[in-house]
Design a protein around this ligand. Structure first.
Ligand code: ADP
Ligand code: 5GP
Length: 210
C-alpha cells in the first residue's frame, strides 16, 4: 500500500534562503515535486514560465481563482500568488511529496484545507542585516523592491510560531541537513507508513509458526 504524499510548506521573509534550500532538497530527493505557483508579478531575469512560476495576467489569475483551481492564494508585495490544485492532488495519489514555497497566508490556507498531510517549516535569517545583504546579493531586485520586501519581513517573521518546525538559515549546509532530517522523520511517522500493519502481521505469522 502506498502512503499518501505529504505537503511540505516552506515560508520565510523574502531573502532568508527558502528557494535555495528548496532547490537543494529537490536535488537530494528527485521524487519531490515542487508546486509551481501562478503569479501576477513580472519574471525576474532567468526565470522561465512554468518552471519558477506560471506568469499570468491579473485577469487570467482571477479566472483561475474563480474556477476553483487554486488550493490557496494571497496578495504578497502587491501581486497575486496562488498554488494550483491539480498537480498537488495528483502527487498525493502517487505518494509523492510536494514542496511549497509560499507565504504565511498560503501556509494557513493549505493547513486548513489539508490538515494532517501538511508539514510546515519556517526559515529565519540569522539577523536582519544579513537578510538585507542577501536580498541585495541576489542582485535581481531594484532598491525600491528590496526596501518593500524588508518592510514586510517583520510581519512575515511574526508568524513563525504557527509553524511545525523553525530553522535558522545561518550556515547553508547545516540548514539543508536540518531540513532533510525533518523530512525523513515526518516520513517515518507511524500513521504515514500504511504498509506497517501488513509487515507486523507477517512477523506474527512467523511467531505462530515457531
Ligand atoms: P528566498 O527564496 O527566501 O527569497 P533565496 O533562496 O533567493 O531567498 O536567497 C537569497 C540570497 O541569499 C541568494 O543570493 C542566496 O544564494 C543567498 N543565501 C541563501 N542562504 C544563504 C546562507 N545560508 N548563507 C549565505 N547566503 C545565503
Ligand atoms: P517572490 O516574488 O520573491 O518569488 O515571492 C514572494 C513571496 O511570495 C515569497 O514569500 C513566496 O514564498 C510567496 N509565494 C510564492 N508563491 C506563492 C503562492 O503560490 N502562494 C502564496 N500564498 N505565496 C506565495
Amino acid at each position: 500500500m502506498k502512503r499518501k504524499g505529504l505537503l511540505i510548506i516552506l515560508s520565510s521573509p523574502s531573502g532568508a534562503g527558502k528557494s535555495t534550500l528548496a532547490k537543494r532538497l529537490m536535488e537530494w530527493d528527485p521524487t519531490l515535486k515542487f508546486s509551481v505557483s501562478a503569479t501576477t508579478r513580472a519574471p525576474r531575469p532567468g526565470e522561465k514560465d512554468g518552471r519558477e512560476y506560471f506568469f499570468r495576467s491579473r485577469e487570467d489569475f482571477a479566472a483561475m481563482v474563480e474556477a476553483g483551481e487554486m488550493l490557496e492564494h494571497a496578495e504578497v508585495f502587491g501581486n497575486f500568488y496562488g498554488s494550483p490544485k491539480g498537480p498537488v492532488a495528483a502527487a498525493m495519489i502517487e505518494g509523492r511529496d510536494t514542496l511549497f514555497d509560499i507565504d504565511w497566508q498560503g501556509g494557513q490556507q493549505v493547513k486548513q484545507a489539508m490538515g494532517d498531510d501538511v508539514v510546515s517549516i519556517f526559515v529565519l535569517p540569522p539577523s536582519i542585516s544579513e537578510l538585507e545583504r542577501r536580498l541585495r546579493s541576489r542582485g535581481q531586485d531594484s532598491d525600491e523592491v528590496i526596501a518593500g520586501r524588508m518592510a514586510k519581513s517583520e510581519a512575515e517573521i511574526s508568524h513563525w510560531a504557527e509553524y511545525d518546525y523553525v530553522l535558522i538559515n545561518e550556515d547553508l549546509d547545516r540548514a539543508e541537513a536540518e531540513l532533510k532530517t525533518i523530512l525523513m522523520a515526518e516520513r517515518m511517522r507511524r500513521d504515514r507508513q500504511p504498509s506497517l500493519s501488513e509487515f507486523v502481521r507477517g512477523l506474527n505469522r512467523e511467531f505462530s509458526q515457531r
